[in-house]
Design a protein around this ligand. Sequence first.
Ligand code: ADP
Ligand code: GLC
Length: 483
Amino acid sequence: MRIAQVSAELAPFAKTGGLGDVCAALPRYLVAAGHDVRPFLPLYGNLRAGRDRMVPVGYAQDVPVRLGPRTFTFSLFTTELPGTSVPVYFVRCPALYDRAATYTADPDEHLRFAFLTVAAIESCQRMGFSPDVFHAHDWHAALLPLYLNTLYAWDRARFGGTRTVLTIHNVGYQGTVSARAVDDLGLAPHRSLLHRDELARGRLSFLLHGILYANALTTVSRTHALEMLSPEHGMGMDPYLRARAKDFVGIVNGIDTAIWSPATDPHLAARYDADDLAGKAACKRALLEGLGLPYAASAPVIGVVSRLTGQKGLDLLEGVLPDLLAAADVRFVALGSGDARLEAFFADLARRFPSKAGFTRGYDEPLAHRIEAGADLFLMPSRYEPCGLNQMYSLRYGTPPVVRRTGGLADTVVPFDRRTGEGTGFVFEHATAAGVAWGLKEALTTWLDRPAWARLVRNGMAQDWSWETQIRHYLALYARLHG
Ligand code: ADP
Ligand code: GLC
């Protein structure tokens, strides 16, 4: 199959969260399965890697493209996903992408991603690439199906056989702009295809129009697909998703074991596997020493690596951690940035408990790996979690997750039962401080039962949430679209 992909992130070039991991893994594992895949990404000013190895793509240099009243010019560049032969295509348009951050609050944010989508379509035309599947990710790329049906409807020769898929990684971000943007987006002649009630309310949502026009819709876990059909988790998109329920499936993300495996991870102080966990103890020691916290084999380390946003429920820790750290010999290690109040809370915790708590503010890929390996428990008290990758990384790293039963966390973590020895982590029900406290108490009680703990760790490490396994669900979906 020929597959084109459009996304705002693709690791290691651009990543702020799991979107980047997934949009790198999909092409990698689709190519491994023998398919021709062309992922498109903006050439951001703050690109994290690859700039020095990029080469221009011959037929797509200085291409002027009209979008509404404006003309933007782009050039296409390409390089390979590190360590693979998977090509990644970068849309260079300094006027839109030379900014200090991947995402901005600039008034043309919607244009940056609408243009990415249009440039991906134009690039396919210039490369002579007719995708069987054009796969769009999140609101950034959600206008793709509509653009194919409008601005590019004339090109049946190229896109007549193309089916579109929209994957919603986070329904909380919808790309909603003022209805005045219709013109800028080049959609003024196609008003009749836009959602009328929305326009009447003076707004236009990228995500909604993807939901209306993509041939197939997916989200990133089975439980979250069901949740999204309800007003509580649909964030206003639930009526439209219900209307398209038969075209909407949940596919649990995989993890890229080439990058996330304790047996090969280059970021770790020592490597280990399920048969020999000595390296994990060394990782714990190194993590704590690196943060200036005293090591004690008996004191469990609770780890957090996260974007600091309301979604992640980390504010609930304000009602739990101060008491826990005061009362118990535990360590708490957090990495993340975002919400100023949460940053201040974690920083304050580290000040109040200098021998027990550490906080690293920012984005730090190697440290994320070292926390997965060096922690004993991994905490994710999410209010909602479409899938979550960190809990799957932590299972693989022998670091049992403590999670709220929601979305992908519910699909991937099985509550540990000390009686039967079955299960992989600790799962609490309510997004409250009491819920988190209960989950941590269960975990810390089990920690004291060393044989049970060893069993728990082994269970988690034996789980297979790899892309080798999960990719077949996407392949089956693509095949159904052409069935
Ligand atoms: P989300 O996509 O909602 O942020 P996921 O669990 O799916 O949540 O994915 C988060 C990804 O981002 C993981 O790969 C995690 O290691 C990474 N990550 C999050 N915050 C940081 C950070 N501060 N530094 C490094 N990596 C981070
Ligand atoms: C989103 C979700 C997260 C998911 C990731 C990758 O950012 O918040 O749960 O794992 O996308 O699909």
